[in-house]
Design a protein around this ligand. Structure first.
Ligand SMILES: Nc1ncnc2c1ncn2[C@@H]1O[C@H](COP(=O)(O)OP(=O)(O)OP(=O)(O)O)[C@@H](O)[C@H]1O
Ligand SMILES: [Mg+2]
Length: 371
């Protein structure tokens, strides 16, 4: 007997979405299931980007599942990705109408690789086909212009707002693009916070699926203000595995927990070194630190990145490794982490407010002056 559209729908419920962990038909719109002569034609829309080979992978899974379960003779399936806005922490007061999902890449600890992780994850998400932005939230030590080969460039202004600069298809904003006389080395924290909010809200982000904010180290006023007020879909925590880093990262995670920002998971960076001669893995800073942290907070370990000289060199040369070496093993790790993040976000409840006209943003704070 040929399958019915209802049977197709039911069959898809038992096919797990590899990124969200839910049945594919649970909250994914399945459009136009047509059954003709024992063949099935359907379109599936998932909540994450499906470029970079994922689309073909999903289509093959769906096809095999329907043939297996229903004995469908032929299955013509088209998978598309559409990223919705998902709920932020309850206390967030200031909307960001041009950004569907703000993700902070944070740690609490300095020098663990937040910026390298944020840049490579942003580029990996863009490779998957998402519209992505990168905000350098490190006002004291902006590193994104150098890492992306944008040093010395300045944003254009339009209607009193700044246009982000572009790097490999990603929209980028950093205080490093603004006039040198504003060098904020001696700003007090209220001015730094003000400058950060100005960068976030006075940038003309162009219709972003994800905006990744590369957070400064520490858990000071600036980090707390952002975590309280900006609508954050989730935080990605970066750590190295040694105990001294973990205690700072723990403090960072507690700060997010306190203000209700969900932690999407932990990235363990620079935990091991692969000998280029014999291929042996060496746990330089001790093993298992990231996992202990994940267990303590009940969150997932999104991935482990080795200490790899090419990550540093590519960052120093302004061409991050995800772009510079698309086939490198570390690029695959970044891309896998990016997919997990996109899947975790897709599984969250949607922010229904986004369907209504955007609420006016509060007037932007005054421009940072000299102290
Ligand atoms: N997995 C890695 N392998 C090799 N080098 C790395 C790796 N991750 C980051 N680095 C390098 O380590 C240095 C510090 O990384 P990064 O600037 O990303 O850290 P951070 O946490 O953002 O630092 P800060 O707290 O100062 O903002 C950089 O030179 C970067 O290129
Ligand atoms: Mg940094």
């Amino acid at each position: 007997m040929p399958p019915t559209p209802e049977a197709v729908q039911t069959a898809l419920q038992s096919l797990m979405d590899p990124l969200t962990g839910k049945g594919l038909a649970c909250d994914v719109p399945i459009r136009g299931i047509h059954v003709e002569n024992g063949g099935v034609r359907l379109a599936v829309e998932v909540g994450y980007p499906v470029g970079g080979g994922l689309c073909a992978e999903l289509e093959a899974r769906i096809r095999a599942h329907l043939i297996d379960l229903l004995g469908a003779r032929e299955v013509a399936v088209r998978v598309t990705g559409k990223i919705a806005a998902h709920v932020a922490q309850p206390g967030a007061t200031r909307r960001l109408p041009e950004v569907r999902n703000l993700i902070v890449v944070a740690s609490g600890k300095g020098g663990v690789g937040k910026s390298a992780t944020a840049v490579n994850l942003a580029l990996a998400l863009a490779t998957e086909g998402a519209r992505v932005g990168l905000l350098d939230a490190d006002i004291y030590g902006p590193s994104l212009p150098g890492m992306l080969g944008l040093s010395g460039q300045h944003p254009a202004r339009e209607d009193g707002r700044m246009r982000p600069l572009m790097a490999c298809g990603v929209q980028v904003m950093s205080i490093g693009f603004l006039a040198e006389e504003n060098a904020p080395i001696i700003w007090r924290s209220p001015l730094v916070t003000r400058a950060l909010f100005q960068l976030l809200y006075e940038t003309r982000w162009d219709d972003l699926d994800y905006l990744l904010a590369d957070m400064p180290p520490g858990t000071g006023d600036t980090q707390l203000s952002l975590a309280q007020q900006a609508p954050i879909t989730g935080a990605v925590m970066v750590t190295t595995p040694q105990d001294v880093a973990l205690s700072d990262v723990r403090r960072g995670m507690r700060m997010f927990e306190k203000v209700g920002v969900r932690i999407l998971g932990v990235v363990e960076n620079m935990g091991f070194y692969v000998c280029p001669h014999c291929g042996r893995e060496e746990a330089i800073f001790g093993a298992g630190g990231g996992e202990r942290l994940c267990a303590e907070f009940g969150v997932d370990c999104l991935g482990k990145l080795p200490l790899d000289a090419r990550i540093r060199a590519a960052g120093d040369n302004g061409k991050p490794i995800v772009i510079d070496a698309p086939e490198a093993p570390v690029t695959r790790i970044y891309r896998d982490i990016a997919r997990q993040i996109a899947g975790k976000i897709a599984a969250l409840p949607r922010d229904m407010r986004a369907r209504f006209p955007p609420i006016a943003i509060e007037p932007a704070p005054q421009k940072p002056g000299k102290p």
